[in-house]
Design a protein around this ligand. Structure first.
Ligand code: 5AD
Ligand code: SF4
Length: 480
């Protein structure tokens, strides 16, 4: 006897843009194999929680959410709960033990086989006793890279798909994207760096790039559907190379696709920010005046122990190089405080770096120990007291907010092109981004979502702007 597969699937994603893009990929794979994607877990037969492992806090949140979703199984015991993504890869079978109501754990390289894994689960659940021996089932599952954990328990089989695949770049598979003016296009998966604090290389494997032809075909297709803004995605996106085509050249070609008006990319590694890249940023009008440059720390001893492969001096040179070529560029960064062994003086060097560079935006984190990463082997005495770590984070946030507010205040009065992304919080308000990736809200008709407008920046809340729409930049400039 076979059962029909469940037909309604819900994917809930946590974490970075790459993970959000993976969520869209899973939806695309499921939709093509006959599933209907729904927007609420209550309406779904299959609920997938697509997780992040970058910090402990992110994992704790997800465990809470998965246990909450389990409540839905009370009325519908046949519902499937899957946990996918980096945390699934990191915890593997441990997660199935800790959360016995989870039916599938699947790492980031298992998504191509998602429909097959789901149908294996359903078939096994429906198999009347004796129809197929557990051994046969296990064999069949294993050939598909599926490990069966917990078979024979009251709750039925639990499946784990955790093999990392050196070649899986999801070539040939497209995301299911929400209609809108912007699209994220993954060009690279995994990471060849080994920053000592970071779990990513262990849960996503080494760097795998997509063919440039496929990327360009996808971008052209998106442009034909009305997408005007593209963000190229990769863990170290600017180290991308396909055959002899390096990232700056791919960026140039994407920027020249008809209909594409804005191109961004994230996250670059500072080491691979070079003259060629900067030249493309300066000359291709579609490439936005914005760069995320994850510094992580502002002290050379810390950077070395993080294995970041650059120094404060070389980082500052890159900043100068970018600013010389694109004077109005908006820079953002990621910073980790309280890396094991970081002294107070070294932390102050990071504050100093923030003051020297004056980033427009900073994503700030307290170091979070990730099992299996090299930093866990640092001497026990090096790990920084949580209160001290919290105090450093608070100080860093204060400094970075102060700088952000000063920069944004100095930009009040400018007229900027805004891509209207959605409605604002208040009725009648629209919310969008400038080319320099700054958020602006202004009054307007929701019918305009997806189109471009010009807004005069009237005031700032510190991080975002309130503006008024103006007809064209030229007209207002003339009347000022
Ligand atoms: N602890 C704290 N922050 C981390 N990041 C990565 N790993 C850790 C960790 N173990 C931060 C880095 C990275 C961003 C995405 O998350 O700053 O750039
Ligand atoms: Fe992690 Fe470093 Fe790779 Fe970024 S470059 S994903 S921080 S290992």
């Amino acid at each position: 006897m076979t059962t029909k597969p469940s037909r309604r699937a819900y994917v809930e994603t946590y974490g970075c843009q790459m993970n959000i893009s993976d969520g869209e990929l899973m939806e695309g794979i499921l939709e093509r194999s006959g599933y209907h994607i729904v927007r609420r877990p209550e309406d779904a037969d299959v609920v997938l929680v697509n997780t992040c492992a970058i910090r402990e806090h992110a994992e704790k949140r997800v465990l809470g959410r998965v246990s909450q979703l389990n409540g839905l199984k009370r009325d519908r015991p046949e519902m499937v709960i899957g946990v996918t993504g980096c945390m699934a890869q990191r915890m593997g079978s441990t997660l199935l033990e800790q959360a016995p109501y989870v039916d599938i754990v699947m790492g980031p390289d298992g998504y191509r086989g998602l429909p097959e894994t789901l149908s294996q689960l359903e078939t096994r659940r429906a198999a009347p006793p004796g129809s197929e021996s557990p051994e046969l089932f296990l064999d069949r599952a294993r050939t598909n890279g599926i490990e069966v954990v917990g078979e024979g328990r009251k709750r039925g089989p639990q499946l784990a798909v955790l093999q990392l695949d050196m070649d899986e770049n999801y070539q040939g598979l497209e995301q299911r994207r929400a209609n809108g003016p912007s699209a994220w296009v993954p060009i690279q998966r995994g990471c060849d760096h080994r920053c000592t604090y970071c779990i990513v290389p262990y849960v996503r494997g080494g760097e795998k790039n997509r063919s440039a032809d496929e990327v360009l075909t996808e971008v052209r297709g998106l442009a034909e559907q009305g997408v005007t803004e593209i963000t190229l995605l990769g863990q170290t996106v600017n180290s991308y190379v396909w055959e002899d085509l390096p990232f700056p050249e791919l960026l140039r070609r994407v920027a020249r696709v008809d209909g594409i008006r804005r191109v961004r990319f994230t996250s670059p590694h500072p080491r691979d920010v070079n003259q060629e890249l900067v030249e493309v940023m300066a000359t291709e009008t579609a490439v936005c005046e914005q760069l995320h440059l994850p510094a992580q720390a502002g002290n050379n001893r810390t950077l070395k122990r993080m294995l970041r492969r650059y120094t404060v001096e070389t980082l500052l040179e890159k900043v100068e190089m970018v600013r010389a070529a694109v004077p109005d560029i908006a820079l953002s960064t990621d910073i980790i405080v309280a890396f094991p062994g970081e002294t107070d003086a070294e932390f102050r060097d990071t504050l100093e770096l923030m003051r020297r560079v004056r980033f427009d935006d900073a994503f700030t984190y307290k170091y979070s120990l990730r099992d299996g990463t090299p930093a866990t082997r640092l001497p026990e005495g090096d790990f920084i007291d949580p209160d001290e770590a919290q105090a450093r984070l608070a100080e860093l946030i204060e400094v970075s907010r102060e700088i952000q507010t000063e920069i944004n205040r100095s930009e009040v009065g400018r007229i900027e092109e805004v891509l209207i992304e959605h409605e604002g919080r208040d009725p009648g308000q629209l919310r969008g981004r400038t080319r320099r990736n700054k958020v602006v809200v202004f009054d307007g008709d929701p019918m305009r979502i997806g189109s471009y407008a010009h807004a005069k920046l009237e005031r700032t809340t510190g991080a975002t702007f309130v503006g008024t729409e103006v007809e064209t930049a030229r007209r207002v400039t003339a009347s000022v």
